[in-house]
Design a protein around this ligand. Sequence first.
Ligand SMILES: O=C1O[C@H](COP(=O)(O)O)[C@@H](O)[C@H](O)[C@H]1O
Length: 245
Amino acid sequence: MATKLISVYENTQKLGAELAKNLSELANDVLAEGGNAVFKIGLSGGSVVSLLSEYLAKVETDWSKWRFFFCDERLVDFNDPESTYAQYRDKFISNLPISEDQFIKINPQLSVDEAAKDYIQKISVYFAPYDLPRFDALILGVGPDGHTCSLFPGHKLCEETSVWVAPISDSPKPPPNRITFTFPILNNARYCAFIATGSSKADILKRILKDGEPLPANCVQPINGSVQWLLDEAAAKLLQEETSL
Ligand SMILES: O=C1O[C@H](COP(=O)(O)O)[C@@H](O)[C@H](O)[C@H]1O
């Protein structure tokens, strides 16, 4: 059963500081195992990129042992501004003592089907053979329709259970061609952090967290892990019984 926590912060500075603290504690815990241990974190695109780039820069950790994966990625060239990797390269890598090699990237030259298969192979190297990957942390966003990763409401990929990473060629949000983690891998993670800031997220957060609508973001419930919703006050304004931190 997933542990679910909703945390509301006065502003994005406090939210960012808390996220950075949580991730550094988790990473340092994983890395304390020694040997070849690496901290495996899945990233999302969209609005979380800037927040992570600003606040993770303050984390004290052995950065050389972090490995960055993509919870979803748009199948476009790395020079295209729609590329999530490109956004991390330009905002995040340039701000932290890390290198491009620490990012496990898709191959945007492949077809969308091949890119998903190729990404499964690339991920597999970091986990025990045949096991469903268990990420240490996943950073997730939520769209105004309740999508997370590239799992959109009503789309057949929400029912996918046989592959960890799936292709999608009809994404309702452009660009249409993407690859995405599916629920089996999301729900096998140790810690999932949803980040939502600003009043434009208020309606969808009410539908998800107050009304309990079965939208994709609400289906992230790690079997043996935790999910934390980190919200600022503007995003949480339609929720009741929230705790301001
Ligand atoms: O297209 C995407 O959208 C979601 C939500 O993005 P946001 O800008 O509304 O926060 C994001 O989590 C996902 O990674 C991305 O591909």
